[in-house]
Design a protein around this ligand. Sequence first.
Ligand SMILES: *[C@@H]1O[C@H](CO)[C@@H](O)[C@H](O)[C@H]1NC(C)=O
Ligand SMILES: *[C@@H]1O[C@H](CO)[C@@H](O)[C@H](O)[C@H]1NC(C)=O
Ligand SMILES: *[C@@H]1O[C@H](CO)[C@@H](O)[C@H](O)[C@H]1NC(C)=O
Length: 321
Amino acid sequence: ETPWANVLLLFHLLIINQNMIILKQTDLNSFLWTIRRDPPSYFYGTIHVPYTRVWDFIPENSKQAFQESNIVYFELDLTDPYTISALTSCQLLPQGENLQDVLPRDIYRRLKRHLEYVKLMMPSWMTPDQRGKGLYADYLFNAIAGNWERKRPVWVMLMVNSLTEADIKTRGVPVLDLYLAQEAERMRKRTGAVEKVEEQCHPLNGLNFSQVIFALNQTLLQQESLRAGSLQVPYTTEDLIRHYNCGDLNSIIFNQDTSQVPNFNNVTLPPSEQVTAQEIDSYFRRELIYKRNERMGKRVKALLEEHPDKSFFFAFGAGWC
Ligand SMILES: *[C@@H]1O[C@H](CO)[C@@H](O)[C@H](O)[C@H]1NC(C)=O
Ligand SMILES: *[C@@H]1O[C@H](CO)[C@@H](O)[C@H](O)[C@H]1NC(C)=O
Ligand SMILES: *[C@@H]1O[C@H](CO)[C@@H](O)[C@H](O)[C@H]1NC(C)=O
């Protein structure tokens, strides 16, 4: 029952090939697992936060494993412009459709109002450091939300979730997984990806309309309460960074809130809505964790068998995204 994709992936690998012995390294704050073979290969659990916030806490053995490996694999190849454009277009509504045509009027109106609020607040959310780097609020808002009227509701919901003060403050520095990809490229390592964009994108698009409207409504209700000051921020990126730096795997595994898919199970809901919340939760688990792990596990296994003489470094995120 863990939302932490990679841990499950390791279990899958163990099941797929019982001869493969995987060992977690003993360093307290290590997210490195060694696959014992000659030369060894590695799994590394990355995190989607600015690398500068975690880099100094990453143990030397993890950095060394990265340096010594021949081939580095990521979930997706984020340095490939095709990946980015495919992700962008997968998130769009069919040609000619707009959110205004698709969403119930009340939801559309609240969404619009919330985004106007975010746009207004953005300059005050940004840090002097971000301004020093030439990152402007207008630019950032447009980069994240510019095309919101054309996005599918499920992606707008995720976007709204990431447009918080805490998340905005982390923008402008490459996240750890992207940084590792850039480093791998700089070191001229061979790189690859175990997933296709569609495999990450389509399961989210497969949530049905009433489920998506429910999720968007809950997300907006949460943001509206935050704005009104009647709700504390349920989790912050800061908590996630702290747990990661302490090597606190349990918090990352068991804290549902660290997944980027919002969890609506703990809000007080009437029974009929609880059913919907649970259905969404199990849909995400099935599509984004179990099925994905199995698929990724099989590809990892195939790669390892195909290249027994190479040292692989698999860098997979501590979430689905
Ligand atoms: C969406 O899926 C849920 C759960 O599978 C189902 O109960 C509901 O009827 C579906 N709604 C629509 C509009 O298809
Ligand atoms: C949004 O959620 C609230 C509270 O659960 C509910 O009363 C309201 O009808 C929902 N609105 C829509 C448009 O689904
Ligand atoms: C659920 O909400 C309650 C009250 O806000 C909180 O004390 C509790 O820690 C939450 N549980 C989880 C699992 O997030």
